[in-house]
Write a protein that binds this ligand. Sequence first.
Ligand code: HEC
Ligand code: HEC
Ligand code: HEC
Ligand code: HEC
Length: 128
Amino acid sequence: MYSPDGKSVVGCVECHHTDQPKSALKPPLLTSERDVALTLESWRSSPQKVNECRACHFQDGNVPDGKEMPTATYTDGAKSTKKDLNNELAYHINCNTCHDAAFKLRPELKKKAGFSTSKDCTICHKAN
Ligand code: HEC
Ligand code: HEC
Ligand code: HEC
Ligand code: HEC
């Protein structure tokens, strides 16, 4: 998978955002679980496992005892909004923000099998 402009490969931490050092985090991200950024090499040479998104981004109504739903605060000018990042929202923000940016730069991606923008719900959610 590539960056929106198609010029570089997407780094692991674009998705596994807690798998990078605290100093590398950009707002609204705050949480770090790893001192060395996750790459294929650092993953192979470290015993530390990668947490799946579902380990932290729970489904609504399904938050395990003693855990909390992650939240992030988004600032737009003078306005800031705090959002609960359940599983659905975490995936949608992560996948769709980048895909929409890629589509804007490269409209021809629409023809690529499996590629979706945020509006193409049924590509990810197979109609049944
Ligand atoms: C485009 C987003 C994305 C990128 C880039 C990405 N991953 Fe993942 N990765 C995921 C998602 C989403 C899951 C969880 C899969 C699931 O729950 O079905 C996952 C799961 C994993 C798991 C399994 C976790 C478990 O215990 O089940 C490992 C290990 C992993 N990724 C390592 C990597 C490494 C190493 C890289 C970089 C070389 C990388 N990933 C790049 C999205 C990504
Ligand atoms: C260890 C727990 C943990 C794991 C694992 C995790 N997240 Fe998060 N996520 C958080 C927390 C906590 C926040 C709120 C910001 C912060 O504290 O860094 C967050 C924020 C986010 C955001 C909002 C950031 C933004 O820029 O809008 C997205 C999107 C997201 N996570 C997606 C994912 C995806 C996709 C995965 C799996 C590939 C994942 N997260 C794995 C805990 C986690
Ligand atoms: C940082 C950018 C980025 C993120 C995050 C991202 N993608 Fe992509 N994805 C792309 C780009 C760019 C393409 C088009 C591939 C190309 O350039 O040819 C793509 C293509 C795809 C395709 C089409 C098949 C393929 O591999 O080309 C699928 C399926 C896909 N992405 C699923 C996902 C899912 C699911 C997520 C969220 C877990 C996700 N992507 C997150 C950038 C991203
Ligand atoms: C890039 C792929 C992608 C696109 C595009 C997408 N979704 Fe999703 N959606 C996901 C993923 C991944 C999940 C998390 C599913 C899971 O954890 O099993 C999800 C979860 C959901 C859920 C919660 C389902 C549940 O069982 O918890 C709803 C509702 C949903 N999406 C609706 C939509 C709608 C409506 C659209 C179009 C406006 C859309 N999605 C576009 C990938 C996508």
